[in-house]
Design a protein around this ligand. Structure first.
Ligand code: ZN
Length: 418
């Protein structure tokens, strides 16, 4: 019994810690990806060698060499996957997130005034901008926002949301777009794929509660997406994912571990006595209100990926922000296989069960039972995911259970009454 209580206490503490930090799963995710695919490790090593070679080519100054294209513009597609209606975030929330990405990567946030004095000279305008795509991969007009209902109530950092077949939504060509999936991640804030990773899984995933600027979690300002896009552009956590680890950036001080909450003053670790920890860097776990900079070194690392031969270079020739060639012409909606309701037992004598857990939007709708002549013999108000329908009073024979929702999706299921 005592062990049980200790376990409960540990569990409560763990949950508390999750709520009090950014809970980014990128490092764990990327390690798992590489462990499962040795060729990915080779690819990551090639990209790192490319970054280091570019650094040598540029000479010693971090800002010495520049790409021809000064401002890098990245077309974005946001895949919103919702189960509960509250997860279907509005266009305004999406805009607020794009705005925060732009302010952060262009050093235009009002809170850049709060950058600690030791780091002010290192804070960079990364000259990277984000815009919702106006052309899809077939150059049809698009809003850059896709909304899909999904039967999945909670996702894990295991990529299922990136595949339509798994009730998520397929990525747009990552050579041309930054894919962002927004869904209910429950226990984590988000994670990012690494440059050079598997194309169909490329992009970032963000929990809907920390996306945009409409929540009050301590991570309410849209900086989780700034952090994850930093990973997508090759940045590591500021502490190098190890005690005093290496984040492969020269101008960020070594740091013992991640930061939670919102500290102030100089906090030293790993012998960084001249500056202290750079806990206001976007790549730490500090609260949104207290992160405010990327450094010149981080900027250079991110922008190197866009140089000729770099793993994100193809984004520069994307048509995602070019005028569409065709007006939007969505294909007719086909009811996916997973939307077929389950009616059982069939045949049934007294009770028929209808399982609508795959699409809880049926709850509150009225369905009808009609006989083979089309005559309605019963009306059924759906009040739960597993609706029990009393058919004891029906005569023996064949019937149809039918319903229709506002979005046009229909149910028509045949059953036999014994
Ligand atoms: Zn992270």
């Amino acid at each position: 019994m005592r062990t049980f209580f200790i376990l409960i206490i540990i569990l409560i503490i763990s949950i508390g810690q999750l709520a009090a930090q950014r809970a980014c799963s990128t490092a764990v995710y990327q390690q798992k990806e590489m462990a499962g695919d040795p060729s990915l490790t080779d690819q990551v090593n090639r990209i790192e060698a490319f970054i280091q070679q570019q650094k040598i080519n540029r000479g010693t100054t971090a800002t010495g060499a520049r790409l021809q294209q000064v401002i890098i513009r990245i077309p974005v597609v946001v895949h919103i996957l919702y189960h509960q209606s509250g997860e279907n975030i509005s266009d305004q929330v999406v805009s607020s997130q794009i705005d925060m990405l732009n302010k952060s990567f262009r050093k235009k946030n009002a809170d850049t005034a709060a950058i600690p004095s030791a780091f002010k000279s290192l804070a960079a305008d990364c000259e990277i901008e984000f815009q919702l795509a106006i052309s899809d991969p077939r150059r049809r007009s698009t809003s850059g926002i896709i909304r899909k209902y999904t039967p999945v109530a909670e996702w894990q950092a295991e990529d299922q949301m990136k595949f339509s077949e798994q009730t998520g939504d397929d990525a747009w060509d990552p050579q041309s777009y930054l894919n962002i999936w927004v869904c209910n991640m429950k226990r984590i804030a988000g994670y990012a794929s690494l440059p050079g990773g598997i194309a169909i899984k490329d992009g970032v995933v963000i929990d809907y509660t920390v996306f945009g600027t409409n929540n009050s979690s301590g991570y309410e300002m849209g900086k989780t997406a700034v952090h994850e896009v930093g990973h997508w552009l090759g940045l590591k956590h500021i502490w190098g994912d190890a005690y005093c680890g290496d984040d492969l950036v020269d101008d960020t001080p070594k740091q013992g571990n991640y930061t939670t909450g919102c500290p102030s003053g100089v906090r030293t670790s790993c012998g960084n006595t001249s500056t202290g920890d750079m806990y206001t860097n976007y790549m730490d776990y500090t609260n949104d209100a207290c992160v405010n900079l990327f450094t010149e070194g981080q900027k250079t690392r991110m922008r190197t990926l866009f140089a000729a031969g770099g793993s994100r270079n193809s984004i520069l020739s994307s048509y995602g922000l070019s005028e569409p060639l065709m007006a939007e012409s969505p294909l007719p909606d086909e009811l996916p296989k997973w939307l077929h309701p389950q009616v059982y037992p069939n045949p049934a004598a007294n009770e028929l069960k209808l399982d609508v857990a795959y699409d809880i939007r049926w709850i509150g709708k009225t369905m009808t039972v009609s006989d083979v002549n089309g005559k309605i013999v019963m009306q059924v108000l759906i009040s739960s995911k597993l609706q029990v329908i009393d058919i004891s009073k029906l005569k023996t024979g064949m019937y149809f259970l039918s319903g229709k929702k506002e979005d046009g999706s229909c149910i028509k299921q045949k059953f036999i009454k014994l």
